[in-house]
Design a protein. Structure first.
Length: 364
C-alpha cells in the first residue's frame, strides 16, 4: 500500500515589477503592498512628506473635525441655498491656504471676474485684521467707492492713480501682496474651462514647480462645461464630479467645489446633501461635504424663549454641517458668524450648541 505525500507549498514568487498593461490612454501598473510600503518608508527617511501634511482651511473647528485640513486626492464639496455664503467660504479658504504658504491656489470662478473677487478680498483682509472687533474695517461697498475715489483724486491732481496711495485700502493691499503670488484667480468660461483643460492647468503647474503643492477651487461645479452637452443634468453632474475626483486623485491635489441645490432643496426646511443637484454621483465621489444653512431657519423652538431679540441673533450665524467626512466624524454641526458686509466669516467658529430641527423657527 502506498501513501501519497501532500505536495509541499512552493515559495511565493517574487513581485513582478513588469506587471503592467499599456492602454490607449495610459498605463495600468499594479504595485504590491510591499513595494508601496517600501516606497513610503524611503520617503519618510528622506523627509519627503510635505504632501502628507494636511493643508488647513483656516476655519478652526472644521480643521479639527476633518483631521487638520485637506489632503492630496480629496474632493470637498460646499453646498447651500443662495445667499448662505458658499463663495464667501470658498474664497476665504483659498485666501487662508495661500496666506499660510502651504500651497499655491487656483480659484476658478464661473460667476465673477478676477477684479470682483479681488475687491471682495480687500474687504475680507480689512475685517480679518480687525477681529474680533470690526470697527475700522472697510466694507465691500466702501472698497468699490474707494477704488473710484482713488482715480478721481489722481485726475484732480494730474497724477497717475495708485490704489496703494489710498489710506483706507493700503493695509489690505499690503497684506494681499504678501501672499498674492500664491493665489491665482481665473474667470471660468462656458467653452474653455472644461475638465480636460482644468487638468492640463494643474499639470502645467506641476511642470513649472514640481515641489509646490496646489489646491484647485471650482465655483461652481454645475457651471463646468461638458462638450457635447449631455442629455440630462444628472449625466452632466456625474461626468463633472467624476472628472474633478479624477483630477484630485490623478494629480494628487485637493479639489474644492461649490455645488448648487436642486429645486426640492431650495424649498426644503433644511438643506441636506441629498438636495444637491446630481446628488447620487456627488455623494459617491466626494470625500467631504459641507452644507450651509441659515441658523435662524433651522434652530429648534425648544432652545429659546419666545424672545424676538434672541431669535434675531441667530440670523447672524450660518450652520456648517459636515454631512460627509470619509476620514473622520460626520454629521457635525458647526457655526460661523456672518460678516457678509466684509465678504467673510469669523473663522474661529464653534460647535452648535442648540438642537436643530427640520422646520423653520418662524414663517416670515
Amino acid at each position: 500500500m502506498t501513501t501519497e505525500r501532500a505536495a509541499k507549498p512552493t515559495a511565493a514568487a517574487p513581485p513582478n515589477a513588469d506587471w503592467k498593461l499599456e492602454a490607449g490612454e495610459g498605463t495600468l501598473n499594479p504595485r504590491s503592498a510591499l513595494d508601496v510600503l517600501t516606497s513610503l518608508n524611503e520617503r519618510v527617511a528622506q523627509g519627503s512628506i510635505d504632501d502628507l501634511v494636511p493643508i488647513a482651511t483656516g476655519f478652526v473647528p472644521m480643521d479639527k473635525t476633518i483631521g487638520g485640513g485637506l489632503r492630496p486626492g480629496e474632493l470637498m464639496l460646499i453646498g447651500g441655498a443662495q445667499g448662505q455664503g458658499k463663495t464667501t467660504m470658498a474664497l476665504q479658504m483659498a485666501r487662508n491656504m495661500a496666506a499660510s504658504g502651504q500651497a499655491t491656489v487656483l480659484y476658478v470662478c464661473f460667476e465673477h471676474d478676477e477684479e470682483y473677487l479681488i475687491q471682495r478680498m480687500v474687504a475680507m483682509e480689512s475685517a480679518l485684521s480687525h477681529l474680533p472687533a470690526k470697527s475700522g474695517a472697510v466694507k465691500i461697498q466702501d472698497v468699490k467707492k474707494e477704488v473710484v475715489s482713488s482715480y478721481t483724486a489722481s485726475a484732480e491732481t494730474g497724477t497717475r492713480a495708485k490704489l496703494g496711495a489710498n489710506p483706507r485700502l493700503r493695509p489690505s493691499l499690503e497684506r494681499i501682496a504678501r501672499y498674492g503670488s500664491n493665489l491665482y484667480l481665473m474667470r471660468g468660461t462656458a467653452t474653455h474651462s472644461t475638465i480636460d483643460n482644468l487638468r492640463t492647468l494643474v499639470q502645467e503647474h506641476r511642470t513649472s514647480d514640481d515641489q509646490r503643492r496646489l489646491v484647485l477651487f471650482v465655483d461652481y461645479l454645475q457651471k463646468v462645461p461638458v462638450l457635447p452637452e449631455p442629455t440630462t443634468e444628472e449625466e452632466k453632474v456625474t461626468r463633472i464630479v467624476s472628472g474633478l475626483k479624477d483630477i484630485a486623485l490623478g494629480e494628487m491635489v485637493p479639489v474644492v467645489a461649490i455645488v448648487a441645490a436642486d429645486r426640492e432643496g431650495l424649498k426644503a426646511k433644511r438643506l441636506r446633501n441629498h438636495h444637491l443637484r446630481g446628488s447620487s454621483a456627488i455623494n459617491y465621489e466626494s470625500d467631504i461635504i459641507l452644507i450651509l444653512n441659515d441658523k435662524y431657519n433651522i434652530v429648534a423652538k425648544v432652545n429659546i424663549e419666545f424672545n424676538p431679540y434672541q431669535a434675531q441673533r441667530y440670523r447672524d450665524w450660518v450652520v456648517c454641517t459636515i454631512e460627509k467626512n470619509r476620514g473622520g466624524q460626520d454629521n457635525v454641526d458647526l457655526e460661523y458668524e456672518k460678516l457678509f458686509e466684509y465678504s467673510c466669516f469669523d473663522p474661529t467658529g464653534r460647535v452648535t450648541a442648540e438642537k436643530l430641527i427640520e422646520e423653520r423657527l418662524y414663517n416670515d
